[in-house]
Ligand binder design. Structure first.
Ligand code: AMP
Length: 419
């Protein structure tokens, strides 16, 4: 199978790494990719928001299968453009991707499907905003309706700040605060059958102990030793299957990766948000544990053949990933800093590897930072403690001037598991 992956972050590097290990993949391409992906795939410069350009590339390569990583091209209809040219594509249609692209749409789907989520109001006018903020009280949760690259959500005790964010958006969802640990659960679906993957937890804040500003994610681990063993089954029954059924009923079936961001509250599981694609950095740890070859699984989803798909196979062990971010991230990051020690990681520990996010090769052939999140240092082990120790040991070998990372990824979970 000749496969083309769209995107250029650590999620796409994780996808490409798994695809490169799949014996059914004969040739692997990525657009635009990054310096790390270049080691396992041939890179192509293309505007990934341009559906015609992506479809042209797929056709000219003779690709059998395209996988779209990020949300923005999906919401823009890039997967539809590829399918229209007769090439199989993993990723929902533009209409189904609205599950991520519009929080109001997602709330409507959940309400109809009876999926448990925070009570909410969709507000446009200042009067509606004030009434909603008043109805829920602090802490206030205010979400821009549209795609905002993780920056659209404000959770605050400060009424003035909540109000200011709400008024700066055209349309906002204001909702009840959900207390409790968060879980990310991905499911591969063909629009009918849902195959949940293993759950993971990510760390959104920039600093240790969940201090500092929100980021795209600073690390993740899987499995979750503290979670109820029935969690996946319950979420499949109460969240994933009803959502997929409702979108099919509406005539906009969702085929691709359905990502449920969940809060485990004292009153039960609630959906915080849906995403229409693999999450970053959770993908790095979920795929590190998946033993089923990836290309066949995703292609079965893209071609409506999951009903008869064999049960997924997983490693019993654990995986941890720690993100190294640029100086000043999540503010405007400094880029162009050389990265050292990458070869050292590969040489010293076969269970640790570095997935690239914002990197590129400069004119002198050096690998330098090129974005906010730069690297995802990933490791596996028989226990969370072992995976965690390996990830941090590998991270210690890497140099990035001004780079920063969290020191507590998976720490509590590893300690609680006492492994
Ligand atoms: P979202 O973009 O919807 O995932 O929101 C980003 C982050 O804001 C989530 O990962 C949560 O940590 C937080 N958040 C969103 N909605 C709520 C809520 N209703 N209650 C508490 N925290 C929330």
């Amino acid at each position: 199978m000749k496969v083309l992956v769209i995107g250029g972050g650590a999620r796409e590097h994780a996808l490409c790494r798994s695809l490169s290990l799949d014996p059914d993949v004969s040739s692997l391409h990525c657009a635009p990719g990054n310096a790390g992906i270049a080691e396992v795939a041939e890179l192509h410069p293309v505007d990934i928001m341009d559906g015609a350009a992506v479809a042209d590339l797929a056709v000219s390569l003779g690709a059998d299968f395209v996988i779209v990583g990020p949300e923005a091209p999906l919401v823009a209809g890039v997967a539809d453009a590829v399918r229209e040219r007769g090439v199989d594509c993993f990723g929902p249609s533009r209409e189904a991707a609205a599950l991520e692209g519009s929080k109001a749409f997602a709330k409507d789907v959940m309400a109809t499907a009876g999926v448990p989520t925070a009570r909410s109001y969709v507000c446009i006018t200042p009067e509606e905003v004030d009434a909603a903020l008043d109805a829920f009280g602090a802490p206030y949760v205010v979400k821009d309706d549209g795609l905002a690259a993780g920056k659209g959500v404000v959770v605050t005790d400060d009424l003035a700040a909540a109000r200011a964010h709400a008024l700066a958006c055209d349309r906002v969802v204001i909702e009840e605060f959900l207390d409790g640990p968060e879980v990310s659960l991905f499911a591969v679906t063909d629009g009918e059958t849902v195959l949940p993957l293993q759950p993971a937890q990510d760390f959104k804040r920039a600093l240790d102990a969940d201090e500092g500003p929100n980021t795209g994610g600073m690390g993740a681990y899987s499995p979750l030793p503290w979670a109820d063993p029935k969690l996946v089954e319950e979420v499949e029954r109460t969240v994933l299957q009803p959502t997929v059924d409702e979108l099919r009923r509406r005539g906009t079936p969702f085929a691709g990766l359905l990502y449920a961001g969940l809060a485990i509250t004292s009153r039960g599981v609630r959906v915080i948000e849906f995403n229409a694609r693999f999450g970053d950095p959770e993908t790095q740890v979920v795929l590190a544990r998946l033993r089923t070859p990836l290309a066949g699984l995703l292609r079965a989803a893209a071609t409506g053949q999951l009903a008869a798909y064999p049960e997924l196979r997983w490693s019993d062990g654990a995986a941890v990933t720690v993100v190294i971010a640029s100086h000043n991230y999540p503010g405007t990051p400094r880029t162009g800093d050389p990265i050292t020690g990458l070869d050292d990681v590969a040489e010293k520990d076969e269970h640790a590897y570095v997935l690239h996010a914002g990197t590129r090769t400069d004119d002198d052939g050096r690998i330098v930072s090129a974005g906010g999140r730069v690297l995802s240092v990933t490791a596996t082990g028989s226990t969370l403690t072992k995976a965690r120790d390996r990830a941090y040991r590998a991270l210690g070998r890497i140099g990035l001037d001004g780079g920063h990372h969290r020191g507590d990824i998976a720490a509590k979970a590893a300690q609680a598991a006492q492994d």
